[in-house]
Design a protein around this ligand. Sequence first.
Ligand code: FMN
Length: 204
Amino acid sequence: MPQAEAAILAFAGSSRRGSLNQKLLEVAIGNAIALGAEVSVIDLRDLELPIYDQDLEAEAMPQNVLVFRQILAAHDGFLIASPEYNGSLAPLLKNALDWSSRPTSGIDGIDPYRGKIASIMSASMGPFGGLRSLGHLRGVLSKMGVLVLPEELALPMAHTAFEREKLREESVHRALERQIAQFVGALRLTGDHLCGAGSAVAIS
Ligand SMILES: Cc1cc2nc3c(=O)[nH]c(=O)nc-3n(C[C@H](O)[C@H](O)[C@H](O)COP(=O)(O)O)c2cc1C
């Protein structure tokens, strides 16, 4: 019987208009789809999550935390592009990770993350491409039980890196292709062993 394709959830740590990380994510998504992967995209801003506050959580868990946790649970791999803010994670991303790592209805907090695979990247207008944030993101995701693949991309001078939604430099283009091939390959290899293989969730 043919195996179902692993489901990838893609999201960015910036939702601003003209986000360079969104652009990079789009290229990565295109690479994954070209390899036959199933990719869903979510805009973290659409979740409208308040800044995490334990008092707020005690009052009532925001409905969209439950929605996001269900979406995460329905996917096997996470494709994440995020900017670096002061050497670390962008708040949009960190806030979404924190809220979604909280236990809900007796389900362990990191349940939607545990045993999943992630491929991470960053784009910045600076010379280091957000490299420092990738180390932080890797650490946070690892703490949440995610296997973060070794290949990663830090795209420097990102405001000059694109030409008509494509990466200008051939070597960078190829590096991203390799990274996504590794990601899709790892998801296929792990197949049924992934904890999260489950039903599809519609994302508006
Ligand atoms: C609060 C703040 C802190 C930033 N800190 C860094 C940084 O530490 N390193 C870096 O390379 N760029 C930094 N930047 C620049 C962002 O990487 C740049 O604005 C990038 O384009 C944001 O990603 P986006 O285009 O996807 O929104 C910072 C930007 C902001 C707003």
